[in-house]
Design a protein around this ligand. Sequence first.
Ligand SMILES: NC(=[NH2+])NCCC[C@H](N)C(=O)O
Length: 407
Amino acid sequence: MTMAVNVTSEIGRLKKVLIHRPGIEIEQVTPDAMGQLLFDDIPYLPAMQKEHDRFAEVLHEQGAETVYVTDLLEQSLQSHTEREQFLERMMTESRLTVNGSSEALKEYLLDFSTADFVRSMIGGVLKEELPNRKKKHLYEWMDQHYPFYLDPMPNLYFTRDPAAVIGNGISLNPMSQEARRRESLLMEHIISSHPDYRDARVPQWMNRSYDFPIEGGDELVLSDTVLAIGVSERTSARAVEKLATELFASGSGFEKVVAVEIPKRRASMHLDTVFTMIDHDQFTTHAQVVDKDGRMNIFILEPGDPVRITKRYNLKETLKEVLKLDDVNLIPCGGEDKIASAREQWNDGSNTLAVAPGTVVTYERNYVSNDLLRRNGITVLEVPSSELVRGRGGPRCMSMPLIRESV
Ligand SMILES: NC(=[NH2+])NCCC[C@H](N)C(=O)O
């Protein structure tokens, strides 16, 4: 039987992957809202879509099936009742049910076709869109203040973060940032209601209601028994331990969780901005977190009651130990040059997506890192990124593997 989801490594041949083509939600990013929406600049949407289409094309060329968040949502919101229930959850999370300002919005959105409904959920709903005759509350008449009824989700093209497939289950993530919290609601809806997933009863290793945050950019499946998780700006130590406990208790097959502490700052917001796996024994790293001796704070969590925790300091030695390898090769983003390394890390040079062992998708702009990868025997497939990069995420962030071949 083929499993609905199955990911037991970062590098096994990519068979099926969830992505999102940037849409009108990007057009809602304004200078005032930029920081809050986690963007550093305002992308030019048509060019961004073209770049994203090229990314999808490269994945196809490599034999991966791409599925789109919008398609899965549409397919799982076919009936009026499904749309109504979903909208109610969405409005509660957007605090629209406070003071009843939600009725007009509900009336308005439930008249839409499924495709337009999904577009509005992601693209956001502006107050000025609502016909005047539907406005009932003072808040709804106030156009000088906050422009949205429903906030847009411009970060959704980073499908990596709101959920992560680990083994044959999924981590539905309580997101750290307000701007991204509702993204995992979309993922939860897909996994529990879409015809391809609802009957498969995909185990949920983590759910959205947990009080401490974790995001998918920090969750790296190193093998079928070892998971690495960044303790970062976005992921809390509590959530790491909670997820580890669940994995150990539920027969997931995972025996070790490697918690890697990284600096809490935007440039390295997730572990995958400074560390990705590219082959059985090769990884990208960045000097910001690992010096050439690979020293940092690492903790190995293993089954026990309470979970057994031991400390390590050396990334290279820890990888050799947990993956039972004689040697590992850490390839520094941007090489030895301090300037190139800072520039390329900021532009997601470490954020590679492996489509097979030793074959990765990267941004073409990071030519120093790409060249270095090639010199280490890696096949590098470059994609354009002038606009995609403005959201501060790379090829790994833009993909959520659903199925990978075992290695
Ligand atoms: N897995 C990643 N590194 N994702 C990057 C996400 C970038 C996004 N703008 C954010 O700040 O959340």
